[in-house]
Design a protein around this ligand. Structure first.
Ligand code: SF4
Length: 274
């Protein structure tokens, strides 16, 4: 942004601060978007952004097809960098091998949300790479998607720590999820998927802040910030319970997702696990 434009914006924000009881504010994502907007259009956008924490107002103010429109991959990279240095949960920052940010297409229509990295993900730095992750990849393939087509992230970006000498993984605590949740919110805000899928009750609790049984929650549409949200079982549940009836439940949820995305569905796909 040029200096005259910046001066104009600062003066306008100052006037807002003096006149209005609501302090001007903008999310980090909105500010990152503004930095990438050409100077000629930046000032009015800043004024609008001053009253919102949503990226929507900023995006709607940027003319579509604007060559200066920011790249979602760049915006995600900026969040990834902050996550990589995050020590908000001191105990997890000490115990993690690395943070596990997310993987996939920044322009994805479909985004999957799990709970937290396990030992495999902590080692690899990528979500859903263990046995449960391999099953998720197979489910995606059955939907005619590759991992690269969708975006996959967890509520928690660090592996929940385990007592020394013990094996396995533990679910994240409500406090840990609440602490890390803003990063996921930023990821969703940047990607703006058409459909979200939450995998398991812990992911639902982290995302919506509500507890419930999967029996109550799965198989029907919910919303998160106006984005359609499907809730289904975590793939790890299907590894523990291999009954075709349970696999069919997850598959029926994915068929609903495909319908919502207006993807073609073959008869073969409709008949899986029947
Ligand atoms: S879990 Fe999230 S909030 Fe906690 S230290 Fe890791 S990145 Fe930071």
């Amino acid at each position: 942004m040029t200096q005259p434009a910046l001066d104009f914006v600062i003066a306008a924000l100052e006037r807002i601060r003096q006149k209005d009881s609501r302090a001007p504010r903008a999310s980090r994502t909105a500010l990152a978007l503004l930095q990438a907007v050409p100077a000629a259009t930046a000032a009015p956008i800043v004024l609008r952004a001053a009253y919102t924490t949503s990226v929507d107002a900023v995006e709607s103010a940027v003319p579509s097809g604007d060559p200066g429109a920011p790249d979602k991959a760049d915006l995600l990279a900026a969040v990834r960098e902050r996550v990589g240095a995050c020590t908000k949960c001191a105990h997890l920052a000490c115990s993690r091998t690395q943070t596990v940010f997310g993987v996939g297409n920044p322009d994805a229509d479909l985004m999957f949300i799990g709970e937290a990295p396990g030992a495999d993900e902590d080692r690899e730095g990528e979500p859903f790479v263990g046995r449960a992750g391999q099953l998720l990849t197979r489910i995606l393939k059955a939907m005619n998607f590759a991992r690269e087509d969708v975006y996959i992230a967890n509520i928690l970006k660090c592996r929940p720590d385990m007592p020394a000498g013990s094996f396995g993984n533990r679910p994240p605590t409500p406090t840990e999820m609440q602490t890390c949740r803003p990063y996921l919110m930023e990821q969703i805000e940047i990607i703006q998927p058409s459909v979200l899928v939450a995998l398991g009750a812990v992911a639902v609790e982290g995302l919506l802040g509500t507890r419930g049984t999967m029996r109550e929650l799965r198989g029907r549409w919910h919303t998160y910030n106006s984005i359609p949200l499907m809730i289904t079982y975590h793939p790890a549940y299907l590894l523990r319970n291999q009954a075709p009836s349970e696999k069919r439940k997850v598959w029926e949820d994915m068929l609903q997702v495909l319908e919502r995305l207006e993807q073609p569905i073959s008869d073969r796909q409709r008949n899986y696990f029947l």
